[in-house]
Structure formats: C-alpha cells, structure tokens
Design a protein around this ligand. Sequence first.
Ligand SMILES: [Zn+2]
Ligand SMILES: [Zn+2]
Length: 392
Amino acid sequence: MANISAEVKAISAAMIDLRRDFHRHPELGFQEVRTAGIVAERLRSLGYTVRTGLGKTGVTGLLKGGKPGKTVLLRADIDALPIHEQTGAPYQSEHSGVMHACGHDAHTAMALAAAAILAKEAPSLAGNLFFVFQPAEELLTGAAVMLRDGALDGVRPDMGFAVHVMNRLPAGKVAVRSGAVMTSADRLEITVTGRGGHGANPHSAIDPVVATAQIISALQTLVSRETPPLKPAVLSITMLKAGTAFNIIPDTVAMEGTFRCYDAELRQALLAGLRRTAEGVAGSLRCTAAVTNEFLTPAVINDPAAATLAREAAVEIAGGDHVAEWDPLTGSDDLAYFWQQFPGCYAFVGSGRTDGSPSPANHNAKFDIDESALAIGADLLVRAARKALRTA
Ligand SMILES: [Zn+2]
Ligand SMILES: [Zn+2]
C-alpha cells in the first residue's frame, strides 16, 4: 500500500470526482475553454494570482510564500484527443469523438489538488509556487505558444516537476529517470515529383511512385546504417498520397512521417541524411524530391538534481521497491520547452491494472486509469515541490 500523506488522502475523493468531471467534458488542444475556466476559478479561490489566455487556453497561477525563496513550477497538460471513447465507464466522454485517452484529465486534477494543499502551507513557506496548466500537448505546440505569450514573464522558476500517468506501469509504481526521458519530434513532408502519363506507357512518363518506393526503403538505412547503435532514433513514414486512377502515372507523390531522437547533433545529421537520400534516390530515377521538416519539440531531459528530489518523494510514497528506473520513451512531450528554461523532472506514475492483465494503452479508445494513481501523483507533486523549496 502506498504511503499517501494525510492532506492528499483528505481530498482524494474530491480529486477523483474532479478528474471524472474533466473526463466527461474533454476538449481538444487550444479549445480547452471549460477546463481552463474551472482551473482558473479554483486557483483564484485558493489565493493564486491567475493569468489566463496564455497560448489561447493556458492558465498560470502564482502564489508567494510567507518568506522569500526559490520558485518551484508544477505543470499539468489539459487537452484531450480526437478519439471516440469506448470504455463504457459511467463517466465516459459526453463529447462525441473527443476523449481524455492520455490521462490529462488526471494530470489537471492532480495539479489542482497539489495547488490546494500547497496553498494552505504558503504562509509558512519560503519561496513561491507557480502552476502551469498547458493546452495542446497532444499537438506538441501548446508549450511553445504559452512561452511566446509570456507565460514565464516576471517569474523565474528554479525547478519544475510534472507527472504523466502511464498504463504500461501498474498502479502503485512510479518511474523516475535522470537525463533523457522523451524524444524530440519532427514532422516530415517529402514530395516526389516526376511527370505523369499513361500507366501503359511508363517510358514516356517519369514515375514518382517507383521512386517513392525506393526512397522509403533507402530511408530505413538512416537508422540501421548511419545511427550509432547505442543512440536511439525512429523514422516512420506514415502517410502516402498518390494517384487518381489505375491507369494514370501521377505527377507527384506526397509522404509524411515522423522522426524522433534524443541527441540534437544526431538529429541534425539524420535530417541532412534524409534530404541527401530522398534527393539522391529521386534524382537517380529522374525525379526530384522536396523535403521539409517541422520541428515540433526538443527531447525532454530531466535534470539530475530534480530527478533526485522526485525519486525521494516517490520512494516516500510508493516505497523503494515500487520506484523504477525506466527506459527512455520514444514518445515526445513539449514539456521539453519548459525544461529548457530551468531544471525539471518529468516522472511517470503507474495507472495500469494491478492484476497482471494488460491495460489499454494511452491513446486507445478503451484507455482508462486505475484512479489510485491520482493520490500518488498529487502527493509526488506536493512532496517534490516542498523539497525543491527547501534546498538552498
Ligand atoms: Zn498523449
Ligand atoms: Zn499525454
């Protein structure tokens, strides 16, 4: 059994109710009007100085402690996904085609619970509490837009913490890791251009479809042959658009994909390799290839000191046997933009089934969490924040 602190236990039922309310009313990125409204109202009622409309629907809350000191930032993401929920839960989404399938409803409820507990202690705290409720994490754009809108103006966070629920980890367990935890993400677009013609007369056309097939195969060597084996990288071509009829060779083929890695230098090298390979293979087949990439987010890198504090908090709550050092993930989170501004730790709170049966994964229409994760996550935020303020 987890060793949940009394303050968290006292509001656990209310936290679960609030999570279910958010779950019933999920909102997509940059449309989190209802969610942001509830967050702002709660923070104000707790005495926080609230700013809204940061990155369209982002909210921040600042509360100064009784004595001067450091500033600790706690961040939650608030958006949902375009998925039609199929859990059949009594608190199932009431918005058709929109679902909290990544647990951001839980993150929002946990952070608000932490905000309530820490607000009570504020008069005796040395330092400041700063909460960030970020929109559009699933679009990997909310953090950058919040920062562009000046979310950190007038605030200098010394350390930050955030938690993400994870169904691959059974409830009761927590994963904390120092260093790289989530990859950078690029969206890729490659357009291959040839010259269209009759499908029966390929010699009088220049076929971009055959060139595309070879480009996709050749791109596999970027990871298998050009990436150091001990450095992770993922390149996936996920969309292909070409052609209008069975007997027409099209002028162009458009592909999209995603590219993830940890190492900024490796990222640059592989992007250059991507261009070289696509253009070179296309050229050898008389086509041209235009490659563009949209840099969505850098990698999430946890600070060693912040990770130590988060791990201490996790061990106090879950017990040492239940705190895992986890492999880095190949998913991405634009929390990375915040961690570039100040040291932080992103911890993963187990929310999966505890009977050994597999839980539906994050982003699945049947995704739901073991709600005991809420108390653990909220307690982790509270304890980590207290520790960060105490460290001189
Ligand atoms: Zn997600
Ligand atoms: Zn998520």
